[in-house]
Design a protein around this ligand. Structure first.
Ligand SMILES: [Fe+2]
Ligand SMILES: [Fe+2]
Length: 272
């Protein structure tokens, strides 16, 4: 399976050299180049689709995702995860994101979150995408995961004998520049990841120039850059996910002079 990891769309503004339409064309051509015959395709958006919960920006994000979906056709499964910018602190946790994903049903599969649903699983091609809402506590300053619900979903995934990909918005490794914004209870999340042998974690929020990759014996953690934010390097990742987990990673960074994405290939787990 090819997993396209997008994050932090923040489409309230974008670089003039990287319009949404141009970006979709480039992403689609990279997928066409990498995708093997009959290889399943999944596009994951790791949160911050909107900006400060603004409904108008949700409309722009919806337009981007609909266009991407039209370009990819039925071959792609789309999984959406909420970020801190997708929730209004004055509204019930996740309500804007829930409304967005509900009204965007044309997009196909999505992660829906109500007040009580903090972890959701979407299954595609034998892979359980377990999406944890790390913003459910309604404080945009840090991430937190409901580990009770996460454990229930991981147990259920193991019972089905599916492979599991954990998706969340906030990062699990602290970044000095981002202060206390990492997942507050990351130690509990890691304990569950190791116990249940989750082979891949995808996250966003960091907006950082360098790819953030951590490997351990049985898995990998991969952070994505912001796709459109001004002032940051813009990029995305593509992961080849097989029976033993993530095997290859292609990291893309936008070259504004050449108006194309530069690509770097990384072996995620060379010992396998
Ligand atoms: Fe963000
Ligand atoms: Fe964020």
């Amino acid at each position: 399976m090819l997993i396209v990891q997008l994050s932090d769309l923040h489409l309230h503004e974008y670089p003039p050299t990287l319009t949404p339409a141009h970006c979709i064309t480039l992403i689609e051509s990279e997928i066409s180049r990498l995708q093997r015959r009959r290889e399943p395709l999944c596009v994951v958006v790791c949160g911050d689709l909107s900006y400060q919960g603004n409904p108008l920006i949700y409309d722009i994000a919806r337009g981007f995702l609909v266009s991407l979906r039209e370009r990819l056709g039925n071959r792609a499964t789309l999984i959406l995860c909420p970020g801190n910018h997708d929730c209004d602190e004055n509204a019930p946790a996740g309500s804007e994101f829930a409304a967005f994903t509900s009204s965007a049903s044309v997009l196909g599969q999505y992660a829906w979150f109500g007040n009580a649903i903090r972890v959701a699983t979407r299954t595609a091609h034998g892979v359980d995408f377990v999406v944890a809402n790390s913003t459910f506590h309604n404080d945009h300053l840090y991430g937190k995961v409901d580990t009770t619900q996460l454990e229930e979903h991981l147990i259920e995934s193991a019972r089905r004998r599916n492979r599991t990909v954990l998706i969340l918005h906030h990062h699990l490794l602290p970044r000095e520049a981002r202060g206390r914004s990492a997942v507050w209870n990351a130690d509990d999340v890691y304990r569950l990841v190791l116990e249940h042998e989750v082979p891949l974690i995808l996250h966003g929020h960091i907006h950082e120039d360098a790819p953030r990759i951590a490997n351990w014996r049985r898995g990998a953690l991969i952070g994505a850059a912001s796709l459109f934010s001004l002032g940051a390097e813009n990029g995305f990742n593509i992961v080849r996910f097989g029976r033993s987990g993530a095997r290859r990673l292609w990291v893309y960074r936008y070259n504004h002079l050449e108006r194309r994405f530069d690509r770097k290939s990384v072996f995620v787990r060379p010992w396998r």
